[in-house]
Design a binder for this molecule. Structure first.
Ligand SMILES: NC(=O)c1ccc[n+]([C@@H]2O[C@H](COP(=O)([O-])OP(=O)(O)OC[C@H]3O[C@@H](n4cnc5c(N)ncnc54)[C@H](O)[C@@H]3O)[C@@H](O)[C@H]2O)c1
Length: 400
């Protein structure tokens, strides 16, 4: 079920590629490395994976024209070279991340995967079963190629995509109507226990777990009108799912690893319209972050944090129905006044959340656990909206 395999390259192409990499390496080696160029090349040959974009695969002759799309997915620098680099890099090379909740390239899960990949982590993805076919076929057809581009010009590789449904812990929990549902036909081993068993069999262990999923069937209903079913379904898919993933993944997580979930300010302050028990689910997720940080920290040396993210036009958010208003509210009232999705600088909000997640997952955050990290341009700190007509009256009165 590999979504994006690493293709082999023809001999001539490989020579061209190695020659261009050799040039790059030589210039890097001259600046950075104290070891011999031959030793660097030997290391490069053994550590680099040559990977090509889908567009190259479709047009083999375009490899030289599109040389930027021909990349080494593993960094060529050694530990020595890294320590010689200026700055404080987020280095996740050698780490394996499982990101639960990616079904397209618009959501926070995708952005986090990209930042983790840019820092060198290997990426495994868990996709909700009903969305799996379309996600995998879009990936195969190159629909996401443009948004797979990482800051160094290479493309994010997803080593494997796993089907999952986070509301079922084991096969015994799956009701008949889901078992026979045609959207689930053709996929297997997608309950949480079976998923983790598959990851264990395939890879042995992981270092980073990201929970980027939520679901509330009655999200559009006010809490006061939410049914017991809707409320519990929201908690099950959006909060307990994190506990279930931790329960099952912790035994195969390497000590020192990190887990991250995504929350929303509606957990702490009232956001009218974010209903159906979703605000309750996020409140539970934030509280659980603290308790799970204690338990997972003591028992497994694993950190647990959650990112409270600003509004993003993801598929899930669009389904709620007022995401554009929330974005406008945020861009008008947050301390940092920037359009989140077209930021003043080279990043957008999803990337900013991705980068914060990469930091939290890295050794740079080794003493951070049990926290809610706000990545929302500071909106959470505001007690009044600056565009309130009441405040406008106040300002007008002062000016008189
Ligand atoms: N978009 C926002 O404005 C915003 C703001 C703050 C927090 N968040 C949180 O970010 C996380 C990611 O959401 P997003 O907005 O990026 O949307 P998204 O649509 O990209 O991600 C939600 C994912 O959850 C998956 N999913 C739903 N039910 C599932 C289940 N039972 N099992 C497995 N997967 C399931 C969906 O297939 C989808 O891929 C969520 O926790 C969301 O609450 C979003």
């Amino acid at each position: 079920m590999a979504a994006a395999a690493t293709p082999t390259v023809g001999l001539t192409t490989a020579r061209t590629f190695i020659s261009s990499l050799h040039k790059t390496l030589m210039s890097r080696a001259a600046i950075l490395s104290t070891e011999s160029k031959d030793a660097s090349m030997t290391r490069l040959a053994s550590s680099s994976h040559i990977s090509l974009s889908h567009s190259f695969l479709q047009k083999p002759n375009s490899v030289i024209l599109k040389s930027k799309r021909v990349v080494a997915t593993k960094a060529v620098s050694s530990e020595n070279e890294t320590s010689a680099l200026p700055g404080l890099p987020i280095d996740l090379r050698g780490k394996r991340a499982f990101i639960a909740g990616i079904a397209d390239d618009n959501g926070y899960g995708w952005a986090i995967a990209k930042s983790l990949a840019a820092a060198g982590a290997e990426i495994l993805v868990g996709t909700w079963v009903p969305a799996l076919n379309i996600f995998e076929s879009s990936l195969r057809r190159g629909k996401f190629d443009e948004s797979r581009v990482l800051p160094d010009g290479s493309l994010m590789e997803i080593t494997k995509v796993y089907p999952m449904d986070a509301v079922f812990d084991g096969p015994e929990d799956v009701p008949e109507d889901i078992k026979t549902n045609k959207r689930y036909a053709g996929s297997s081993n997608w309950t949480v226990k079976e998923l983790v068993e598959s990851v264990k069999q395939d890879f042995g262990s992981i270092d980073i777990l990201v929970h980027s999923l939520a679901n509330g069937p009655e999200v559009a209903k006010p809490l006061l009108e939410t049914s017991r079913f809707g409320y519990l379904a929201a908690i099950s898919a959006s909060s307990y799912s994190f506990i279930s993933l931790l329960q099952n993944f912790l035994p195969i997580m390497n000590p020192g690893g990190a887990t991250i979930s995504l929350t929303y300010i509606a957990a702490e302050r009232t956001i009218p319209g974010y209903g159906g028990g979703m605000s309750s689910a996020k409140a539970a997720l934030e509280s659980d972050t603290r308790v799970l940080a204690f338990e997972a920290g003591r028992k497994h040396k694993i950190r647990v944090n959650t990112i409270s993210a600003g509004p993003l036009r993801s598929r899930a958010a669009k389904a709620i129905g007022f995401i554009d208003m929330m974005i406008e509210y945020s861009t008008t009232n947050a301390p940092l006044l920037k359009e989140l999705s077209a930021a003043l600088c080279y990043v957008n909000s999803a990337e900013e959340v991705g980068n914060a997640a990469a930091f939290l997952a890295s050794p740079l955050a080794s003493a951070i656990t049990g926290t809610v990290l706000y990545v929302d341009n500071g909106l959470n700190g505001m007690a009044v909206s600056t565009d309130s007509p009441i405040l406008e009256k106040l300002h007008a009165a002062k000016e008189k």
